[in-house]
Design a protein around this ligand. Structure first.
Ligand code: SF4
Length: 395
């Protein structure tokens, strides 16, 4: 760490910008039925609309179970197009697909779909930009543009599910099995909309995608009151905590939210979540050369997590062009893993999917900004696209 580190303020309250149009996925089932009734239609039309939305049907002409005379109006009122694909890049033989989306106000966000032999995971964004100001993360350095609506967040998962179902992803038609909130933004700083999205993800058809709770991972940098709130919700989604340092001194600078909630508070909140759900949480740790990858930090992390219901997921930092932050060399990574395991802490190193398509979340948006796309372009955090961790972590 050097003295040139940018110190930005933490931003929890998103700037108020024009809201995206109301969408069925912003509403509960009851609210959707009421909205349809207000449009002079029987309430069950809400179920029909929902079925189309969660199957990825966007063209009203295909909604043949709706009377032709009302299809367009109902779709316009409750299924407005919120995500316009700007581009999709493929990697890993077509098994990884990264999509850059333009929102109604020109903001750009991304999602990454990764297919594995046993699962298909989409990494989605919950905010345009991020207010958490992590200095190694270009998205953080460029601040928070706005919160995404529930429908904008949900829509990314729906698009991934539709891509899987259609056979557009190498490997033939399949099913989206996992969702991770590890794209742009801090999900728990956009709590209400992320909460609504969680419902949409785990609710069975027609009003949701019907995923299992444990296959949905909410990742946080450590917004402790929101972790506690999530604990009280009675959900069993997987929790991932981005720690990146075991000690407050380093974490205060590397993860500035630590100036609000210290390592001990974050870990205690995660412990309480694990206690209530009976399941391990994941500790995300970006390995940054000569910053947080020293053997004594591995030992400190091991001591901190020993005996807890935690699994460490090490992420070799994906260096971004022009950044002074670099990934730890392989020997340092191995040493870190060895020391954590010596403390009895389950540890894995994250897959590095999609590197050849600027796989770090946010890099497509950055590329578009460079090319001058007239939009609120968003730069890149430096983390790899995440992989679902259920296979090794009982997530
Ligand atoms: S690392 Fe995550 S929490 Fe930190 S600024 Fe980047 S996107 Fe936000």
């Amino acid at each position: 760490m050097d003295g040139a580190m940018t110190a930005l303020p933490l931003v929890f309250d998103a700037p108020r910008r024009g809201r995206p149009p109301r969408h069925l996925a912003d509403l509960t089932r009851e609210e959707a039925r009421a909205a349809v009734a207000e449009l002079g239609q029987p309430a069950f039309r809400a179920d029909q609309l929902a079925r189309h939305f969660y199957r990825g049907v966007t063209d009203p002409a295909q909604m043949t179970d709706l009377p032709a005379a009302v299809r367009e109006d109902l779709a316009a009122a409750l299924l407005p197009g919120l995500l316009t694909p700007v581009r999709t890049l493929s990697a890993d033989g077509g098994r990884t697909r990264k999509t850059l989306w333009r929102l109604h106000d020109g903001a750009l966000v991304e999602s990454v779909l990764m297919r594995y032999p046993d699962r298909a995971t989409v990494c989605i964004s919950s905010q345009a930009g991020c207010g958490m100001a992590c200095p190694f993360c270009a998205t953080g350095q460029n601040g928070l543009t706005r919160n995404l609506s529930a429908a904008e967040i949900t829509g990314q998962a729906v698009a991934a599910a539709a891509a899987m179902a259609s056979g557009a992803v190498t490997g033939g038609p399949g099913r989206l099995s996992n969702v991770v909130f590890m794209g742009m933004g801090e999900p728990l700083a956009n709590y209400a909309r992320v909460r609504r999205t969680l419902d949409a993800l785990v609710t069975p058809a027609p009003h949701g995608l019907g995923l299992s709770q444990r296959s949905v991972t909410v990742s946080t940098v450590g917004v402790v009151p929101a972790i506690r709130r999530l604990t009280e919700e009675g959900l069993a989604v997987t929790l991932a905590v981005s720690l990146h340092a075991p000690d407050d001194e380093l974490r205060d600078t590397l993860v500035p939210v630590n100036t609000r909630w210290k390592v001990a508070e974050v870990v205690a909140a995660a412990d309480a979540y694990a206690e209530r759900t009976g399941r391990r949480y994941s500790v995300e740790y970006a390995l940054i050369r000569d910053v947080n990858d020293q053997p004594d930090r591995a030992d400190a992390l091991g001591r901190l997590l020993a005996g807890r219901r935690a699994h460490v997921n090490l992420i070799p930092l994906n260096p971004t062009p022009g950044s002074r932050w670099d990934a730890s060399p392989l020997p340092a990574q191995r040493e870190f893993v060895t020391r954590l395991r010596a403390h009895g802490v389950p540890t894995t190193v994250r897959d590095t999917r999609g590197q050849d398509i600027d796989g770090a979340c946010g890099q497509l948006a950055a590329a578009d900004r460079v090319e001058g796309v007239p939009a609120v372009a968003l730069p890149q955090p430096s983390l790899e696209p995440p992989v679902e961790m259920g296979a090794e972590a009982d997530q």
